[in-house]
Design a protein around this ligand. Structure first.
Ligand code: GLN
Length: 285
């Protein structure tokens, strides 16, 4: 007798989805993962409940189900995330782009289309670009901008650069700890989604699969934001805007920091959930 594979039969699409449900996965997450491993559109699954998986497909799917159940972002398992209409590649080297951050992009695009509309080639910077989400979405919405993006992490810059190439967008990337390596020319618009979670916030445990340095600046969640605001004037043209994402309970503190630094027209925008999410102001120069 030859050696037998003693594992249970690979099973069907319906059985695979039922196993994922039993592990506590959202139905949508389970469908996205299975579609990914079968290399089929999600719609195909719905009509092929009885299709049989290969052992390799079953094993790969079950492994990802266990990782998802452990809190790994679905974007890391799929290797991609849609952000502001762009399909971005994401890896565990970068923060998983959040829909909240689209608030910052929309505000930037409104300024480029409004107060900054007369500038033929506005100088724009994304500080701490991660996957490149903000830089690429703004470049996509306002192609005339000269977009620069920086990050302290070489691994993150690699991901962002790959996204720019794949999307055919011109963005210039620099490895820099906030403003430290930035050279002229001065900016008309500076954008950032910096780390802003307090280092002892229990919420961080749920985000343990994402890069810690993209989530928290240390004990004081406002540390990176304060650093960016204080360093901004040396890099801004008169009339330039600085827009920052922050925590739902940090709006008042960020507005105060901007005003103390001398920014004018300081305001806050809310995200889709109604939380104060981005604050910014104009540099009078
Ligand atoms: N908004 C993210 C969260 O709280 C954090 C992103 C960040 O620190 N910039 O999950």
């Amino acid at each position: 007798m030859t050696a037998q594979d003693t594992r249970p039969a690979p099973g069907t699409v319906g059985e695979a989805l039922a196993r994922a449900k039993a592990r506590g996965l959202d139905r949508l997450d389970a469908q996205l993962l299975l579609a990914h491993h079968l290399d089929r559109p999600r719609s195909w699954l719905l009509a092929h409940d009885d299709a049989v998986l290969t052992p390799a497909q079953r094993d790969a799917f079950d492994t990802d189900v266990a990782r998802r159940a452990d809190g790994v972002p679905i974007a890391y398992l799929l290797g991609q995330r849609e952000f502001h209409g762009l399909l971005l590649q994401v890896t565990p080297d970068v923060l998983d782009p959040r829909p909240d951050t689209e608030t910052l992009v929309d505000w930037a695009l409104e300024l480029l289309d409004g107060e900054l509309a007369a500038l033929p080639a506005p100088q724009v910077l994304d500080l701490g670009t991660g996957s490149g989400a903000i830089a690429l979405a703004v470049k996509q919405g306002a192609p005339r901008v000269r977009m620069r993006a920086l990050d302290a992490s070489a691994a993150a810059l690699n991901v962002a650069q790959g996204n720019a190439q794949r999307l055919g967008m011109e963005v210039s990337f620099t490895q820099s700890d906030w403003w430290s390596a930035l050279t002229s020319p001065r900016l008309h618009l500076a954008l950032s989604n910096p780390p802003y979670i307090d280092g002892d916030d229990p919420h961080l445990a749920q985000l343990r699969h994402e890069p810690l340095q993209a989530l928290t600046p240390g004990p004081d969640g406002l540390q990176a934001i304060t650093h960016i605001v204080q360093g901004a004037p040396a890099h801004l043209e008169p009339g330039a805007w600085l827009l920052l994402e922050h925590g739902f309970d940090q709006g008042a503190a960020v507005r105060r920091t901007l005003e103390q630094q001398g920014f004018a027209a300081v305001t806050t925008r809310r995200d889709l959930a109604g939380h104060e999410r981005c604050s910014g102001g104009r540099w009078p120069g």
